[in-house]
Design a protein around this ligand. Structure first.
Ligand SMILES: *[C@@H]1O[C@H](CO)[C@@H](O)[C@H](O)[C@H]1NC(C)=O
Ligand SMILES: *[C@@H]1O[C@H](CO)[C@@H](O)[C@H](O)[C@H]1NC(C)=O
Ligand SMILES: *[C@@H]1O[C@H](CO)[C@@H](O)[C@H](O)[C@H]1NC(C)=O
Ligand SMILES: *[C@@H]1O[C@H](CO)[C@@H](O)[C@H](O)[C@H]1NC(C)=O
Ligand SMILES: *[C@@H]1O[C@H](CO)[C@@H](O)[C@H](O)[C@H]1NC(C)=O
Ligand SMILES: *[C@@H]1O[C@H](CO)[C@@H](O)[C@H](O)[C@H]1NC(C)=O
Ligand SMILES: *[C@@H]1O[C@H](CO)[C@@H](O)[C@H](O)[C@H]1NC(C)=O
Ligand SMILES: *[C@@H]1O[C@H](CO)[C@@H](O)[C@H](O)[C@H]1NC(C)=O
Ligand SMILES: *[C@@H]1O[C@H](CO)[C@@H](O)[C@H](O)[C@H]1NC(C)=O
Ligand SMILES: *[C@@H]1O[C@H](CO)[C@@H](O)[C@H](O)[C@H]1NC(C)=O
Ligand SMILES: *[C@@H]1O[C@H](CO)[C@@H](O)[C@H](O)[C@H]1NC(C)=O
Length: 864
């Protein structure tokens, strides 16, 4: 009975809710729902008011809000929703609604809030949207809408928020938007609008609180009318091409909190007066314009929080009044023409965090109160004319992270505490007149990554504590007066990329254990008084690129390991080194790298002459005459001998040991004679396209493989000498040139090579298991199980990868085949036989010769 009464009272409502269930279920069917957000939208629960995202009006008992934001649903926009008569709020924010937005909005009469931001909507904005009589909030941010903003948008009756940020909209910003008098937020940033102006009509939007037009391709002047936006709090017209002056009407924006004008082409001066009426202003950014004149005192009297005026042409002083700002945390004025002292109370009342006044013409001292509130993180003052000492207060500022005081005229000792500030990552004092020592307190600077103190008057020894700075990447202390030896601990700096201490008075030996400088790229210890040997470990600094040890007193030989490095800059000049220059560097281009070491010899013109320079001119002349005479005698003798020798050779084709020249690429434990004596047919282990291969067991028990190249004796005829040379050089020079430079565990090692006029030998490490090709096709192929084959493939690939990617210039082998992959005792593979390898100098270059087919039968190397 009571139930019946209920029915009699509310029949239409029950009916309408049932209808809404049907509509909603059809909406559900239209979406792809991988996360199952619609799982409780089902028949068991007939009351949609309990469904996920659905809210009902309790009085009308019908659906009035649908919030499916962040639900990962995909599909077209469900226009059917408009059938829900009382629906006023729809949010599908951050989903994959992927249709165009064309449909029938006429039924959405009650819709007030429509949020479709961050979806995949495409096509043009529908004209008819403006017909929604109650729409207050329209957010279409982050879709792919294109085309113009429709003129009909001027007709919105109640719209308060319009956001079309980050779409692909074209055309220009229509003036009719100035007719939406109800508008509070107009956000149109980041679209691909055509070049256009700010419509002055926007000044009619007197309810506007936010005008956000960043990166909208705007040019022309800022309209005076914007001064009428009495309620605007946030005016952002940055990153456009606006030009002309900042209108003085802007100072009439009495509610504005934030003004962003950066990265335009604004000219002229800031309004001198009127700022005091902008009592709400907290943030002003007019950086990256062409503004001139002074920074108005009235502006600085406001309780600003952030003032960015960098990259302009401001001149004059920074007004004292700025130091009264109780909330100023950011002050960036770099790259202007500001002069005079900084306000002496700067920071006294303000929780300064970031101060950047670099690249101006400021002078005077650092204000003592800069870090008074203990918030200061960055102080950047480079390229000014500041002077005086660093205030002690700054050395107690533990919040500091970046300190850049370089290129000024500061002087005096650094307050002890400054060295050890715990959070500082960059301490740059370069090019001042600082003096005194690096304090031991530097041990506390645990986050220090760059210590740049070159070009000062620092003295004393570098404290052991520097070696405790495990995050240190750069230590530049050149052009100072440091003395004593390098601290032993300095080798602990595992992150170090650059160590530059040139032009000091450092003495003593190279520290030992430098192999832990795994990341060291630049080592400059030039012009000190360092002595002792250059440690052989230097060859293990695999990323070292710049090495300057010139102007010291280093002695001993140059470590052969230097050949492992790829150096752009090498300077060992003016030391006391002696012995042989490592072959790789015994080249003309490195001549200047070794000058001024009287004991150093190499194949470079004029190097050993260094010794005679020291003696008297007369003595040199005498020596030269003797050499000349001896030379003439020698040439005549050689001519005579040669004729004799030819006869002798024809009679007996033996190898004349005295005429061998040896080129070695590693430290050898054997002599060429030992090898020559063992080249008989008993030791022959193979014979290939380019020559015979012998196995030679040396007196020290080690074995080497010797490849004797064909040619020579086969072409004994004198007249074909040129041809013969060509024939031999093809394989030989290529192989020697290439292999001599390479060091890699998967590339066969070339110990040395011996040459005479008509015979050439290459001495390799011996590979007990021979070539992969031989093994595969022999009875022993059973030895190669799959794990071994896999490893061989991997090894060979690593060798090739090294040739292609790590050699500079890259090397193309051009004859990779199983016969050219050799196996050591453990079946480790190495790439061999570089007879046709090609050094690829530059793309484009060398292509001519590459068109020649290279390689051996059965394998043809691909062109490049
Ligand atoms: C968007 O929604 C997904 C879930 O579909 C969520 O993981 C992500 O955090 C949301 N993104 C934003 C910006 O809210
Ligand atoms: C929209 O998304 C649905 C579900 O992922 C997909 O089936 C449909 O093809 C998409 N439509 C468009 C136009 O991309
Ligand atoms: C709900 O919609 C019905 C039908 O259009 C209408 O009569 C009623 O006034 C609406 N109620 C509310 C609270 O909007
Ligand atoms: C939206 O536009 C961007 C940029 O033009 C494009 O990369 C993206 O594929 C577009 N997405 C859709 C859904 O159209
Ligand atoms: C904008 O408002 C002005 C003044 O009320 C009116 O003349 C003009 O027709 C309106 N424009 C549009 C497109 O509504
Ligand atoms: C419009 O921009 C302002 C300022 O960036 C922002 O606070 C507001 O949330 C934006 N409105 C919408 C609807 O995105
Ligand atoms: C809107 O602004 C323009 C230019 O600023 C002005 O000419 C026009 O009269 C204004 N319209 C209304 C309705 O205030
Ligand atoms: C300045 O604006 C131009 C476009 O007007 C843009 O290309 C450039 O990246 C912007 N520079 C900065 C630093 O924002
Ligand atoms: C500040 O505002 C008052 C009242 O609105 C006005 O009379 C005065 O001229 C303004 N001051 C300046 C410098 O614009
Ligand atoms: C250390 O410095 C790095 C920058 O080099 C910074 O990102 C980090 O926050 C700093 N850590 C501490 C504890 O200060
Ligand atoms: C360095 O200090 C010496 C005295 O120790 C002084 O004569 C010299 O002028 C100073 N040089 C610089 C550049 O300050």
């Amino acid at each position: 009975m009571r139930l019946l009464l209920l029915f009699l009272l509310f029949p239409p409502l029950i009916f309408s809710l049932n209808q809404e269930v049907l509509y909603l279920q059809r909406v559900k069917l239209g979406f792809d729902d991988p996360d199952g957000v619609f799982s409780n939208w089902n028949d068991r629960d007939k009351n949609p008011c309990n469904w996920y995202g659905v809210t009902c009006d309790s009085v009308a008992n019908s659906v009035n809000s649908l919030d499916l934001s962040n639900s990962n649903i995909a599909g077209p926009f469900p226009f059917l929703l408009c059938r829900l008569q009382n629906l006023s709020f729809v949010s599908l924010y951050n989903n994959s609604v992927n249709s165009t937005f064309a449909g029938d909005f006429s039924e959405c009469r009650n819709l007030e809030h429509l949020d479709l931001a961050q979806n995949l909507l495409t096509g043009t904005l529908p004209d008819t949207l403006a017909d929604l009589p109650n729409l207050k909030y329209l957010d279409l941010t982050g879709n792919n809408f294109s085309g113009d903003i429709p003129a009909s948008f001027g007709k919105f009756q109640k719209l308060e928020v319009l956001s079309l940020v980050e779409n692909l909209l074209g055309g220009v910003i229509p003036a009719v938007l100035g007719n939406i008098s109800t508008l509070k937020q107009l956000n149109l940033s980041y679209n691909s609008f055509l070049k256009g102006r700010i419509p002055p009509e926007l000044g009619n939007l007197t309810n506007l609180e936010v005008l956000w037009l960043t990166d909208c391709n705007l040019f022309g002047e800022i309209p005076d009318s914007l001064g009428q936006l009495k309620r605007v709090k946030d005016l952002d017209i940055a990153v456009n091409s606006l030009n002309g002056p900042i209108p003085s009407s802007l100072t009439e924006l009495t509610s504005v909190v934030q003004i962003e004008l950066y990265n335009n082409s604004l000219t002229g001066v800031l309004p001198a007066r009127g700022w005091s009426n902008m009592t709400a202003l907290r943030l002003l950014d007019a950086s990256m314009n062409e503004l001139t004149g002074t920074i108005p005192d009235e502006l600085c009297s406001l309780p600003l929080e952030s003032l960015n005026l960098y990259e302009n042409q401001f001149e004059g002083n920074l007004p004292e009044s700025i130091s009264n700002s109780p909330n100023l945390y950011e002050l960036r004025l770099f790259q202007n023409r500001l002069t005079g002292d900084l306000p002496k109370d700067l920071g006294k009342n303000s929780p300064l965090k970031w101060v950047d006044v670099s690249s101006n013409q400021f002078s005077g001292e650092i204000p003592k109160s800069l870090c008074e509130k203990g918030q200061l993180e960055e102080i950047l003052m480079i390229y000014n004319s500041f002077s005086g000492e660093i205030p002690v207060s700054l050395s107690e500022c533990t919040s500091l992270t970046r300190v850049r005081l370089g290129y000024n005229s500061f002087s005096g000792d650094i307050p002890v505490g400054l060295w050890g500030l715990p959070q500082v990552s960059l301490l740059e004092l370069i090019d001042n007149s600082f003096s005194g020592e690096i304090a031991k307190t530097i041990a506390g600077a645990t986050n220090l990554s760059a210590l740049i103190i070159s070009k000062n008057n620092f003295s004393g020894s570098i404290p052991e504590e520097v070696g405790y700075l495990e995050n240190l990447v750069e230590f530049s202390g050149g052009d100072n007066k440091f003395s004593g030896s390098l601290p032993a601990s300095i080798v602990n700096l595992g992150q170090l990329g650059r160590l530059d201490l040139h032009d000091n008075g450092l003495s003593g030996d190279f520290p030992s254990g430098i192999h832990s400088w795994k990341k060291l790229n630049e080592l400059n210890l030039a012009d000190n008084k360092l002595s002792g040997n250059i440690p052989s470990e230097i060859g293990s600094l695999s990323v070292l690129n710049y090495l300057d040890l010139s102007g010291n007193q280093f002695s001993g030989e140059i470590p052969i390991g230097l050949q492992n490095l790829k150096l752009n800059q090498l300077n060992f000049s003016n030391n006391r080194l002696f012995g042989e220059i490592p072959p790789l560097y015994a080249k003309e281009m490195y001549r200047t790298s070794f000058l001024g070491n009287p004991g150093l010899c190499g194949d470079i013109n004029g190097l050993c002459d260094g010794r005679s320079e020291a003696r008297s001119l007369g003595y040199a002349w005498l020596m030269r005459s003797i050499f000349l005479l001896a030379g003439v005698v020698f040439i005549v003798g050689v001519g005579w001998f040669y004729r004799k020798y030819r006869n002798f050779k024809n009679a007996k084709r033996a190898i004349d040991k005295s005429k061998w020249t040896l080129m070695s690429f590693h430290k050898l434990g054997f002599s060429e004679y030992e090898i020559l004596n063992a080249l008989d047919e008993d030791n022959l282990i193979g014979s290939g396209s380019s020559g015979k291969v012998y196995k030679v067991v040396l007196s020290n028990g080690e074995a080497v493989a010797v490849k004797k190249l064909w040619g020579g004796s086969k072409l004994a005829d004198e007249s074909s000498d040129v041809e013969k040379g060509q024939f031999q050089n093809d394989g030989f020079e290529a192989e020697v040139d290439t292999l001599g430079k390479i060091r890699h565990k998967n590339i066969v090692k070339l110990w040395c090579c011996c040459t005479t006029r008509d015979c050439k030998l290459l001495v390799y490490e011996y590979m007990p298991n021979g070539s992969l090709g031989d093994l595969l096709h022999s009875s022993k192929s059973g030895l190669l199980d799959w794990p071994i084959r896999y490893r061989i493939a991997l090894d060979a690939a690593e060798g090739l990868s090294y040739l292609h990617h790590d050699c500079a210039p890259p090397i193309v082998h051009r004859d990779v085949k199983s016969n050219n992959i050799l196996l050591d005792g453990d079946f480790g593979a190495r790439v061999a036989d570089f007879g046709v390898a090609k050094v690829v100098d530059k793309i484009g270059k060398g292509t001519k010769s590459m068109s020649v087919i290279a390689g051996s039968c059965g394998y043809i190397a691909p062109g490049l």
